[in-house]
Each structure stands twice: as C-alpha cells, then as structure tokens.
Design a protein around this ligand. Structure first.
Ligand SMILES: Cc1cc2nc3c(=O)[nH]c(=O)nc-3n(C[C@H](O)[C@H](O)[C@H](O)COP(=O)(O)OP(=O)(O)OC[C@H]3O[C@@H](n4cnc5c(N)ncnc54)[C@H](O)[C@@H]3O)c2cc1C
Length: 456
C-alpha cells in the first residue's frame, strides 16, 4: 500500500481506537514521547484500545506488507520512525493485582509507577527499573536493571507470561509452557516479535526498605567517590548502590542546596532492617559533608525517589555500556574524565553496581544480555538539541575512550535502545544468543513486519 489515506482507511474499518495520519488533528500528540527531540512521522499511527485492535492493526500490516512498530512512553525509541504504522499503547491501562498468587496482570500502556502504587496496596512490589514513568513492557523486553537489582535480579526474571500479536498476525500467549522459545526470547531479546498487549509478573512481599540518596558537594567528590569504590565490593546482595556525578542547572525546581552545582549523588537500597542498613551505609556518610541526606527507612512504594529520574518529557541524549570489575586505576581515570574540574555538557554520569542476583539467569534461561557486567555506566547530555549532532557524540566518544579498558565486551539492550552507534546492536547479546533470537524472529515474524535492529 503506497497511499497513506488508503492505509488509514483500511485500518479505520477494523480498529476501534484512533487512526491518524500526519494531516489529522492529534497526530503529533499521539506520536509524542519522553524524548522530545525524537519526532516520529509514520504513515499512520494507531492508538489501540484493546488486544483486538492490536490484532486488527497487525492484520492490515501483514496484508499490505507494511512495517509496524510500537511506541509506549517513548523512553526508548531514540530515532524517529518515518514509515509504516506505529501502534501506540497508552489506552491499555488495566492493572490487576492478585494477592493470593502475588502476581500482577499489566496491560501494555502501563508505567511502572502505576504498578508500584497498585501492588503497594497489598504489601507487594514489582521488580522494575529506577524510574516510575518508564513503560512496563519496553523495560522487561530488554531485561531491566533497577534500584534493587542485586537483591532481586533483572525485571524480566519476574515475568510469568506475555500476551502478544506476533508479526505473523497470530494471537499468542508466551510463557514457560506455551511457546517457550518465544518466551525465552522476549525476556531480554527486546524487539522484532510482535506487539505485546499484556504481561503477567510475579511480585515480591515488600513494604519498606532502607534507602534513598545522599549528595556531596564538588570539593568532596574525589574522596567520596573513591570511598564508594572501595566500599562496594564488601556489600551483601541485599544492597544495591549507584553513584552519579550531576551538573545541575541553577533552576528553581532543583533543591536549593544543589542548585547550579556539580555534585556526587550516592544511591542506596538495602532490603533488610534499618539498623543493619544504617550500619552498612555508615562509611558513605562519613566520606564528606553531606548537602542532602535522604537515606532512611522508606516505603517500597517510594522506590522511584532513590534515583529521582526526570519525569517530564525532555530533549534526550544518552549512552550506556557495562563495565567489568573496576581496579585501582579506575577512580583516577573516571574523575579525570568527568570530575568537577571538567567543563562538560553532561548533566549526569552514573555508575551502578550490578552483580549479585543480576548475574544469575532464570533456571529455564532467558535472552538477557550483559549478565556478566559488574557495573553499568550511563550518561546523559545537557538537554540542548543543538549539541546532539556533533558536540555530545564527541564528548561521548572521549569519555568512552578514556574508560575503554573497563568497558565490557557485552552490553545490555536497555542501555543501547535505538542502536545509534555502529555495532551497538551486535554488542547487546552473545553471538549464540543473537543467532537464537534471529531464529525466533524467523518463526514468529517471518516477513519482518516488526523491523528491529541497527539504524540503517
Ligand atoms: C529516564 C529513564 C530511566 C530509565 N531507567 C531504566 C532503568 O532503571 N533500568 C532499565 O533497564 N532501563 C531503564 N531505562 C531504559 C528503558 O527501560 C528503555 O528505554 C525501554 O525501552 C523504555 O520502554 P518504554 O516502553 O518506556 O519506551 P518506548 O520508547 O515507548 O519503547 C521502547 C521500545 O520497547 C518496545 N516496546 C514497548 N512497548 C511494547 C509493546 N507493547 N509491544 C512490543 N514492543 C514494545 C519497542 O521495541 C519500543 O521501541 C530508562 C530510560 C529512561 C529514559
């Protein structure tokens, strides 16, 4: 089908949700996501309002040979879609918590913060990522490292099944007994299988933890960061931590003690009693004067406050890799590259400690890449799109070059969404896993209706 009006008309005949082309009112809002610099302009956007709508949209894509992609919150998709059909999932908002089985049934348009709130009413919690505004499906399809990752593992380890419409147009349940190979692939293999309409996850019993973040001013960053690096190897699996150097603008929404400053934030989540948590965290508190100390016993429902990620849409430039074990040279190299003396257009450079439960695959196996990574490194550029074409890529190359010695051969896909760097797709899985994922895609999306992979 070449005429977009005809494609839209065909979709409108079977889909109950909105079907919009670029000339329709509401199109721009329908394809807008978290990354405001990424402006999608597909031939048609379909706002599915049910699983039946998803099946109807895929049927039209199959019949007309049209590529089809899924947009949930736009936290991932880093490159604009300029062809075919985009399915948006924001109208699928159902969440059902079953306290008896400690499970949640989550429809495709839900964000983690909504699941956290619903589960908390029953004393339960999902194992998710750091931000409450990231979409549930996008995160678990890529694995998903969160603030309690060392204790509970990767978010996709807690998935019990997916409902999806495959690229072949079939409505399928993928779980341990139904289409197990597809289930293996969808826990970490990310894209190119179909459109997920819902996911079932297991929850953990958790009402409180000891956690939060502390902030050090620029003069204390060197000592505090070195203390953190020496401290983390001794932490038990019940503790997960990360450190982030932040260059904060002098804007009113930034808390006064941090406004306009370069600071080091150390985050902590200890799943256990507060006395033990406080004792474990003591060396960090003693590493310098604290601008803010927000580590305390906290409700599990406030988990997103540990990282305090931005929730409002913004221009975004980010890069992420995994790191191997860090030796005695790392602190010097890292601080020389991104310490407070440097003038850099980066608002955040974060290192998370991984290991513990993230290193162990589920017994039946999953496609999650990067389980061998000891840490993740993630950095975010200043939200100024005029820097995105040349300045920030050069800064990114320089930083990654300075830390090359510690960068793991394998990445994990949620850090590399969009695959804007040549080779970054291939780096997210081992060659064996990539080949197995390819075979699964050939079975469930033989004509590659759901394009997935490097930007060409
Ligand atoms: C502020 C921020 C914080 C983050 N924190 C973490 C974190 O702590 N841990 C972590 O692991 N990752 C994190 N991420 C990365 C995030 O998990 C990925 O970018 C993820 O892909 C976002 O999914 P989404 O649905 O929100 O975004 P989208 O851009 O809407 O979707 C991304 C991709 O997910 C797939 N997808 C989404 N929904 C469906 C569906 N229904 N059916 C089929 N495919 C679908 C598609 O391939 C789509 O291109 C973070 C990202 C940001 C911007």
């Amino acid at each position: 089908m070449t005429n977009d009006t005809t494609l839209a008309d065909q979709l409108r005949r079977t889909v109950t949700g909105p079907v919009l082309t670029a000339s329709d009112e509401g199109f721009a809002a329908e394809v807008a996501g978290f990354k405001t610099n990424v402006v999608h302009r597909p031939e048609v956007v379909v706002g599915i309002s049910s699983a039946a709508d998803a099946a109807a949209a895929v049927a039209v894509a199959v019949e007309t040979g049209t590529p089809i992609r899924v947009l949930a919150t736009g936290h991932g998709l880093g490159t604009p879609v300029t062809e075919g059909i985009v399915i948006t999932t924001s109208r699928l908002k159902g969440i059902t918590i079953d306290p008896a089985t400690k499970t949640a049934h989550i429809e495709a348009g839900c964000r983690w913060g909504e699941v956290v709130a619903a589960a908390a009413e029953h004393g339960l919690a999902p194992i998710a990522g750091a931000s409450g505004s990231v979409g549930c499906i996008g995160l678990v399809l890529g694995g998903g490292f969160g603030p309690m990752a060392r204790t509970f593992g990767v978010a996709s380890d807690w998935v019990r099944g997916f409902e999806l419409v495959t690229g072949a147009g079939d409505v399928v349940t993928a779980n341990a007994t139904s289409h197990p190979e597809l289930f293996w692939a969808m826990r970490g293999g990310k894209g190119g299988f179909g459109v997920v309409t819902s996911v079932d996850i297991e929850l953990v019993e958790l009402t409180t933890l000891y956690g939060g973040s502390v902030f050090f001013d620029a003069p204390d960053i060197d000592t505090a960061f070195r203390t953190w690096l020496e401290w983390i190897p001794g932490l038990p699996e019940a503790a997960t931590t990360s450190a982030m150097i932040l260059r904060l603008p002098p804007l009113p929404f930034i808390p006064e003690p941090l406004r306009g400053k370069t600071v080091l934030s150390i985050r902590f989540a200890y799943v256990g009693d507060s006395v033990a948590g406080e004792e474990l965290f003591a060396p960090i508190r003693a590493a310098g004067a604290l601008l803010i100390d927000a580590v305390a016993e906290m409700p599990a429902s406030a988990i997103a406050s540990i990282h305090n990620d931005p929730t409002d849409p913004t221009p975004s430039f980010d890069r992420g890799v995994l790191l191997d074990e860090l030796d005695g040279d790392f602190a010097g190299a890292f601080l020389a590259a991104v310490g407070p003396e440097q003038q850099l257009p980066l608002i955040g450079v974060e290192i998370r400690q991984l290991g513990g439960a993230t290193a162990r695959d589920v017994p039946e196996g999953s496609a999650v890449g990067g389980r061998g990574g000891a840490h993740s490194l993630f950095f975010i550029g200043a939200p100024d799109p005029s820097l995105f074409e040349t300045v920030l890529p050069a800064v990114a190359d320089q930083l990654l070059g300075a830390l090359q010695k510690w960068i793991s051969a394998e990445n994990t896909v949620n850090l590399a969404d969009g695959f804007v760097i040549p080779g970054s797709y291939e780096a997210c899985w081992s060659p064996e896993t990539l080949a197995r994922l390819d075979a699964v895609r050939s079975t469930y999306d033989p004509d590659r209706r759901f394009p997935y992979g490097p930007v060409r």
